[in-house]
Ligand binder design. Structure first.
Ligand code: SF4
Length: 496
């Protein structure tokens, strides 16, 4: 069947076994792409009441029918599992090229099952599947881990790994692959619960076979032409997502002080032009001209000097500024780097820290709980310290590592009122009171408060398709919410 290898790789870490298995063609036709097959296998194979951190849970790494093709931005990785943060179905997506390597290894997806008793990593390549000892890299950061594994297995490999946060089962740990991450819903936590430090794929990328190669070439050329002439694409290529603070603050939807306000004072310090001044490089994902990943470095003589980050993208720099009301651009770079190294979801990390700041302001927690740290708005140095504490589950970080919903229950004293989440997943950087359809999108999203699951309603920003809407209207928007969620699902089942 074109578009698929027609087989999956199962790795059982309890039994230390791996098996290849054909995928039923009917399943492929009915549940297309990464999200489709991931959802099917998850619901089919994970028992209803399974603890997400038990060996019963599955961790699925999935490709789609257009992975590795010449079409633009169609080679992202989908990770599906049962989330330890929300207790619900989870899907997280990462850019980069891991999915292309997985496809080139001969599989449409990888299912990790069971749990190892000691740290291991998985090697797939040269027709071999090996579960190897990971004691050398357990405890290492994501950069150290990837560097080590590349030295051992060579430069043509692609790696997905967790950092110290995933090892310690921080509930919102991420999986890092190259310079990209699958961040949301605690997919890295599930990987940590299986004691799986990393997956190494060793392959030479190859193009999938096409039914009509000439038509594919022609369509890819047409797509490229349409994208190149689109002014939005040009802007995205130039700035990545660093224009987010400018556009969100302009209309009052930049969540500030744990979502109390919609605009941050001095937000201009986080403008796209300010990030441009610190830019030292850029990168993209497989088969995407946008190259929206922008690399920033803090110059000498400034706070956090010398820190370099593969970002931050909008969601990350909002997470490290809005929730704690700090317009310090250098801190956003330092925090972003730290989260990538430790393997944390930046949105949940920033959201949880913003929640803690509000509890501190209201006297629900004090210096006794924070070990003397002053969680006052604007204090970015404490935010950096809290990121470390969360990843290492140190002091108050041990409670915050549970995410806002659980942390609020543990703290009590009315803390729940200030926990900003949907289904336990911390909200992204869009103030829903100024974007009502986006609020409805958050509320009805299958994975919780994510912005990337069809929740964002660009019709509220003027997109006329299927129709633009007044962003403050609360009535008559159900069709828009449904349209966006279907559209997102369509994109993910069909093209990633
Ligand atoms: S480079 Fe940017 S736009 Fe292109 S696939 Fe990666 S994240 Fe998406």
């Amino acid at each position: 069947m074109f578009g698929y290898n027609g087989r999956l790789l199962r790795v059982n870490l309890s039994a230390f076994t791996s098996t290849e298995e054909p995928i039923d063609e009917r399943d492929i036709r009915h549940f297309m792409g990464g999200r489709g097959l991931g959802t099917l296998y998850l619901f089919r194979e994970v028992p209803k009441r399974a603890d997400p951190l038990s060996p019963q849970n599955r961790l699925l790494f999935l490709t789609g029918p257009l992975t590795g093709t010449p079409f633009q931005a169609t080679s992202r990785l989908v990770v599906c599992t049962k989330s330890p943060l929300t207790g619900c179905y989870a899907r997280s997506s990462a850019g980069g090229d891991f999915a292309v390597w997985l496809r080139s290894c001969g599989y449409d997806f990888l299912s990790v099952e069971g749990a190892a008793e000691r740290p291991v990593y998985l090697y797939v390549g040269d027709g071999r599947v090996e579960i190897r000892d990971a004691s050398e890299i357990w405890g290492k950061t994501t950069t150290e881990t990837q560097r080590y594994l590349r030295e051992v297995h060579g430069k043509r490999t692609r790696i997905a790994c967790i950092g110290p946060a995933g090892e310690r089962l921080v509930k919102f740990a991420a999986i890092v692959t190259g310079r990209r991450t699958a961040s949301r819903c605690g997919v890295g936590t599930v990987m940590g619960s299986k004691k799986l430090k990393a997956i190494v794929l060793d392959a030479i990328p190859r193009n999938p076979a096409f039914f009509d190669p000439d038509l594919v070439k022609d369509l890819a050329r047409q797509q490229l032409g349409m994208i190149r002439t689109n002014p939005q694409f040009q802007k995205h290529k130039k700035y990545g997502t660093t224009d987010g603070a400018t556009t969100r603050n302009a209309i009052g939807v930049y969540p500030t002080r744990n979502f109390r306000f919609g605009q941050m004072k001095d937000y201009q310090l986080l403008s796209e032009e300010e990030y441009m001044k610190l830019r030292v490089g850029e990168f993209g994902c497989y088969g995407c001209l946008a190259r929206c990943g922008k690399v920033h470095r803090v110059p000498p003589g400034r706070i956090y000097e010398g820190t370099m980050s593969d970002g931050p993208e909008y969601e990350s720099y909002w997470s490290f500024s809005g929730p704690i009301d700090s317009p310090c651009i250098e801190a956003t770079i330092a925090a972003d780097r730290l989260c990538d190294e430790l393997g944390l979801d930046s949105i949940s990390t920033g959201g949880t820290i913003g929640f803690a700041y509000e509890l501190y302001e209201r006297g629900i927690i004090g210096k006794a709980e924070t070990e003397g740290l002053e969680l006052s708005y604007g204090n970015h140095e404490v935010m950096i310290e809290l990121i470390r504490k969360i990843a290492l589950r140190d002091g108050i970080g041990d409670i915050l590592a549970e995410g806002t919903r659980r942390a609020a229950l543990m703290i009590g004293k009315g803390a729940e009122e200030y926990a900003m989440h949907v289904k336990g997943l911390e909200l992204a950087g869009y103030e829903p009171r100024g974007l009502k359809a986006t609020g409805f999108g958050y509320a009805t999203s299958t994975i919780g408060g994510s912005h990337s699951n069809g929740s964002l309603a660009f019709q509220e920003w003027g997109l006329p398709f299927p129709r633009s809407v007044n962003r403050f209207d609360e009535e008559g928007k159900a069709d828009i919410v449904i349209f966006n969620q279907h559209n997102s699902a369509l994109g993910e089942v069909g093209i990633v």
